[in-house]
Design a protein. Structure first.
Length: 292
């Protein structure tokens, strides 16, 4: 809508053309403004779209990079697994090759053994013929079989050989035991002889000691006899002295109270302790008399 000033201006100019021109200009300005606004909106939308596209492109790039890195990791893992598998197969191949070489060597060894066995068979054919001739002439009940063969003779020979070896082992064992017993016996005889020598030496020493003890015993026996003789003489002299003292102590009493024969018989019948008691009593009596 036009303002009052615009209406006044149009009136003053007095022409519709000018008004139309003004209106046209305003329309053009409004259209330009609208176009500018639309252009800015479109630009913003384009920028937004561009941003979204850029984000999407960045996301796609990241996803591609992630997938590529995953692909590289998977390829590395596959390559490592392939390398490990190749190394394992290489080792297995080498092992199999070594086993093959060992089997070839074993085969050659077995072939050599086979050739030796064939040669031994050819060499022992004459022995087989000889054994067969022996079988043909054997008595029917020799091997306890109805139809004897070479194997029966060989088994009999093996049995006899093993029995012979067992007997040899038993004999050797018995000989070893006999030698061991002889050795023990010799050691025991030597030990006993040594003990006899030791005991003889000890016996000689003890005999010398016994002889010395006998000599010492005879010497001490002689000394004891001499001492006993001396003691007997002293004892006899002591008894005589005691009897003499006893006789002196009891002489007055015997003289006044009893005949001499009775006194003598009483002196002989008295014991030594009684005599000593009488002498002691007489000595005490004399001491009392002297003291008074």
């Amino acid at each position: 809508m036009l303002s009052k000033e615009d209406e006044t201006f149009v009136t003053q100019r007095g022409g519709k053309m000018y008004l139309k021109l003004i209106l046209t200009n305003r329309l053009l300005d409004d259209r330009r403004t609208l176009q500018s606004t639309l252009l800015l909106q479109k630009k913003k939308e384009m920028e937004h779209v561009q941003t979204l596209l850029e984000q999407k492109r960045q996301k796609q790039i990241r996803e591609r990079v992630t997938k590529f890195e995953k692909f590289l990791k998977e390829n590395d893992a596959k390559r490592q697994r392939a390398n490990i598998k190749a190394m394992a197969e290489r080792k297995l191949t080498e092992t199999k090759e070594q086993e093959l070489q060992a089997l070839k060597a074993e085969l050659q060894t077995e072939q050599v053994k086979f050739q030796r066995v064939v040669m031994l068979i050819k060499r022992h054919e004459k022995y087989e013929k000889y054994l067969q001739s022996i079988v043909d002439i054997l008595p029917p009940d020799y091997l306890d079989v109805n139809e004897p063969h070479i194997n029966d003779i060989l088994m009999r020979h093996k049995t006899l050989t093993e029995t012979n070896q067992d007997l040899i082992s038993v004999v050797q064992k018995n000989q070893d035991e006999i030698e061991s017993l002889h050795t023990k016996l010799a050691a025991l005889v030597k030990e006993k002889n040594d003990l006899i020598l030791v005991y003889n030496s000890k016996l000689g020493t003890q005999q010398k000691h016994l002889d010395k003890l006998k000599q010492d015993c005879a010497y001490y026996q002689q000394r004891i006899e001499e001492r006993d003789n001396t003691l007997m003489r002293l004892l006899s002299a002591t008894k005589l002295a005691i009897d003499d003292l006893y006789d002196r102590c009891t002489r007055k009493i015997a003289r006044s109270a009893e005949p001499l024969d009775d006194h003598v018989s009483d002196s002989q019948e008295r014991s030594l302790s009684e005599k000593l008691h009488t002498i002691q009593f007489r000595v005490l009596d004399l001491q009392g008399m002297f003291s008074h």
